[in-house]
Write a protein that binds this ligand. Structure first.
Ligand SMILES: [Zn+2]
Length: 91
């Protein structure tokens, strides 16, 4: 089993593993997609567990995904990540 140094490394590795699944459905996950562990812009009381800022609203022309640090179940993290990657594919 691979041990990752931090949550971001785990998330980025997950993105790499998910890319072929998206590609099989003819959807391209951008290579420059950034993924971090962090709270949504709507705050901690919003109960948002993920957020994707499109490249149009970023200063470095990249999609930025945030996955809430309150999530502890890896399956729910992956579920949320897949949802946010769909936004990155479209934006
Ligand atoms: Zn959404």
């Amino acid at each position: 089993m691979t041990v990752y140094p931090n949550r971001e490394a785990w998330l980025l590795a997950a993105v790499e593993l998910l890319k072929p699944i998206f590609a099989a459905k003819k959807h391209l996950v951008p290579d420059d997609c950034q993924v971090s562990c962090g709270f949504a812009s709507t705050g901690t009381r919003s109960h948002h567990i993920g957020q994707c800022w499109s490249r149009r609203s970023s200063t470095n022309d990249r999609n930025q995904i945030f996955i809430s640090p309150v999530l502890g179940d890896p399956v729910q993290v992956l579920d949320t990540l897949v949802h946010e990657l769909v936004h990155a594919v479209g934006g």
